[in-house]
Structures are given as structure tokens and as C-alpha cells.
Write a protein that binds this ligand. Structure first.
Ligand code: RNT
Ligand code: ZN
Length: 423
């Protein structure tokens, strides 16, 4: 029999509750807050960023899913089945983040400049049945019009216009999601544009990107339905020397145009962290989108683990009360492990990090900081690391009817045997 009986879980929770109460933390209230946080779970972990447009098409754009673990989703139905499995092992109600290449067109060939809301109708129905919100991304890679690594900043106007049209339609699809599901979709634009080697002209491609974005965003869409975001990057494979959409570019663009900036944890210099950018950005902008990821030596998109940076990200959202202003999206794709497990591990870790932050006596710590008592600040922060947040987490999983601790893995292995292995 499992150690995690109702009796044990409740007892451990009571003890933890009393211990946190000593610090003035109400764990019941913390769990209510945690329960309202919707993580935007990315669909593309389920099939190594391939999509259903053309399954033979290789992934391009300087991003890579490495590994060949069996059982990846080959159709939208398979992907939804895998997502249902993953969500059944994650506590709380979350969102799904779709890319344009996850469209369903039957036998019809629909190019990127022809996408319509109807091609995503099955996703909307699926989300509706589950009371979930959807987010969206135009796909400006894995397509012959992006094969030279340039899209919205391309010197060829015809190619630029093709991608502009794609992005305009993506925003309308975001609007459709928002209308249908009663929660705004975040439509995030990321482009791969850049050069492998040192460019002569860094200015003009950026000027072209600005013009393209201006055209894409010209139509005003009610923020009740769609929220626009732009995602910066430092470099990619094949764009090592120059990326058009750099952080300075998009930070300025987002501010000037009252849209959201997307900070991806893997898109900066190796020791530069997005946790330190949240407070600065939110002084000047209403909202932020995060792509929580884990870069290992480069923008490798490893599954998110409960490391220091993940906890720092959560602290920077929770401590100043930014839960309503930060959209937490995940962005990783590991093809070397069970993909359902990857979703479960990464999303549960994001939630654990948020829980740990919510259990912090922040006001008391701030007081010691203001008094200049940095000894106490460091001492308490370190002691809090061994407080029994696990008991609170396990209890949270229990009241949400999802497996406790590693028990979820049994279900994933079972699913692998029964479903994934026959693909
Ligand atoms: C690429 C960006 C981008 C993609 C997804 C698939 O470096 O992080 O967000 O990962 O759009
Ligand atoms: Zn990203």
C-alpha cells in the first residue's frame, strides 16, 4: 500500500500548516491562490515541434528537438489524448498554447497565409469541454519561405508579405479563441531571422521588421479577446552572429506599441537571467509573457527542473503580487524521454516553484532587508528551504485528485505500454 494514504497526507499537511502559521502564512489560502494560476502549457512538447501541416518537414529556424523516444503524437487526436493524460497528472486548471502548424485541414493543403479559425475548431471544442483557455503562435519556421532564415525582415517584399499575412491571420485566430473561450488568447510572435556570420548592416533588417510588425498590428483587436506578444532572442543555430529581433528591439517595440514582451529563459547570455528582468519590465509595461525553459549551455530547451532560476522566476512573480500581470508559458521540447512525462515534470515543477514562493513570509523578510539586517535575511531564506512545502504540495495534489509525488510515473508508464508503444 502507498505511504500516501489520506490519513498520512492530512496529518503531514496539518503539521506543515502549523509550522507556516508561526510565520503568519495561511497555507489554506495559499492553496486557493495556487489553484487560480493557469500555466500555458505548450503543445509542441508532444511531437517535437512538428505539427500536422507536413509531418515530413524538418524542424527549422535554429531550434532543435533532439532524441528519438518512441510514441510521439502523429495526429491532433493523438496529441489531445496525450495532453489529456498529462493534464490528469497535473493539479489545477491550465491553458494550452498552440502553434499555427497544429491546424487540422482534412485532406486540404492550406498554406500559412491561408489559415482560418475553422482550422483550429477542434482545438476550441476540446478546450471548451475542459473549461480551458487557448493561446496561439504564428509559425514562422519549418517552411520553404523561411529556409534562408529570414521572414518578417526579409529583403524580398513578396516573402515579407507572405509572413505578414500569416501573422495577421494568427491574431484573428487568437481573437477567435478569446471570444469562444471567454479568456483572452496570448498570440506570441517569434521569428528566427538572423545571420550566421557577421552582417554589414544591422539596422535595415530591424527597420524592415519594425515595418512588418506595424502592418501586422495595424488592426486593433479587443484585448478582451487577444493579447499580442513579441519574443526576443540572442542567437539560434545558424543565427549566431546576429538576430534581428533582439531584446532591445522588442523591449522598445512592445513599450511603444502597448503590447506584451515575451522573455524566454533560454534567450539571453548564459549568466543573464529573466528573473532579474521581470521587475524592471513591469515598472513600464502592464503585462509580460514568459517562456519558462531551461537552457543547458545554450538555448537547448531542456525540461524545466526545480532549480534556482525557476524558483527565482516564481519569487519575482509572487513577491510583488504580479500573478495577474505575468502570463506563465512553458517552452521546452525534449525528444529523448517520454513526452507526456516531460510535460508533467516541467509543469509540476513550475507549480511547485510558485507554491514555495507563496509560502514565503515575504513581508517579514522585507522588513529585515529595510533594516539592513542582511544576516537575518540570508539566514531565514536558507532555513525556509527546508520547510515542509512538500507536505503542502502533496496535499494540494491530493485535493485535486492527481497522483502524489512520484506516483504519477506509474500512470505514465502504463500509458506508454497501452497507448504510446503501439504508435
Ligand atoms: C525559439 C523560441 C520559440 C519556440 C516556439 C516553438 O527559440 O523559444 O518560442 O520555442 O515558438
Ligand atoms: Zn520561446
Amino acid at each position: 500500500m502507498s505511504y500516501y494514504t489520506e490519513k498520512n497526507l492530512r496529518q503531514l499537511y496539518q503539521l506543515a500548516r502549523d509550522q507556516y502559521a508561526e510565520w503568519g502564512i495561511d497555507t489554506d489560502q495559499v492553496l486557493e491562490i495556487l489553484n487560480k494560476i493557469a500555466i500555458s502549457v505548450h503543445c509542441w512538447q508532444g511531437d517535437d515541434v512538428r505539427g500536422f501541416e507536413n509531418p515530413d518537414r524538418a524542424l527549422s529556424g535554429g531550434i532543435q528537438a533532439t532524441g528519438n523516444y518512441p510514441g510521439k503524437a502523429r495526429t491532433a487526436d493523438e496529441l489531445r489524448q496525450d495532453l489529456d493524460m498529462a493534464f490528469s497528472l497535473i493539479p489545477g486548471k491550465h491553458r494550452l498554447n498552440l502553434h499555427a502548424i497544429y491546424l487540422e485541414t482534412g485532406a486540404e493543403k492550406i498554406d500559412r497565409d491561408e489559415i482560418e479559425p475553422e482550422h483550429y475548431q477542434n482545438w476550441v471544442e476540446w478546450a471548451k469541454e475542459r473549461g480551458m483557455g487557448l493561446d496561439f503562435n504564428p509559425t514562422l519556421f519549418s517552411h520553404e519561405a523561411a529556409d534562408d532564415g529570414l521572414t518578417l525582415s526579409h529583403p524580398d517584399q513578396v516573402i515579407r508579405e507572405f509572413w505578414i499575412e500569416h501573422c495577421k491571420r494568427a491574431r484573428k485566430i487568437g481573437e477567435y479563441f478569446g471570444r469562444e473561450l471567454g479568456t483572452p488568447a496570448v498570440t506570441n510572435i517569434w521569428i528566427p531571422d538572423g545571420y550566421k556570420d557577421i552582417p554589414v548592416d544591422r539596422y535595415t533588417p530591424r527597420e524592415r521588421l519594425k515595418e512588418s510588425l506595424d502592418e501586422i498590428l495595424a488592426e486593433k483587436i479587443d484585448k478582451k479577446f487577444n493579447l499580442d506578444a513579441v519574443e526576443s532572442k540572442l542567437f539560434g543555430i545558424g543565427s549566431e552572429s546576429y538576430v534581428v529581433g533582439s531584446n532591445e528591439f522588442y523591449l522598445a517595440y512592445a513599450l511603444e506599441n502597448d503590447i506584451m514582451l515575451c522573455l524566454d529563459a533560454g534567450h539571453f547570455h548564459p549568466t543573464e537571467v529573466i528573473s532579474n528582468k521581470i521587475s524592471a519590465c513591469l515598472l513600464f509595461m502592464d503585462r509580460l509573457l514568459l517562456h519558462v525553459s531551461r537552457p543547458v549551455r545554450w538555448d537547448s530547451d531542456h525540461v524545466v527542473i526545480l532549480d534556482d532560476e525557476l524558483q527565482a522566476i516564481a519569487q519575482e512573480i509572487v513577491r510583488p503580487g504580479f500573478l495577474d500581470r505575468v502570463h506563465i508559458g512553458l517552452d521546452f521540447f525534449d525528444a529523448s524521454i517520454n513526452r507526456v512525462a516531460a510535460w508533467v515534470i516541467g509543469t509540476r515543477n513550475m507549480l511547485k516553484a510558485l507554491l514555495i514562493s507563496l509560502l514565503e513570509p515575504t513581508e517579514k523578510l522585507k522588513e529585515t532587508e529595510l533594516e539592513g539586517d542582511f544576516t537575518t535575511r540570508l539566514a531565514i531564506l536558507e532555513e525556509l528551504k527546508s520547510y515542509p512545502w512538500q507536505a503542502v504540495w502533496n496535499y494540494y495534489c491530493y485535493i485535486n485528485n492527481v497522483p502524489i509525488a512520484e506516483e504519477w510515473l506509474v500512470e505514465v508508464k502504463d500509458y506508454e505500454r497501452k497507448v504510446l508503444s503501439s504508435r
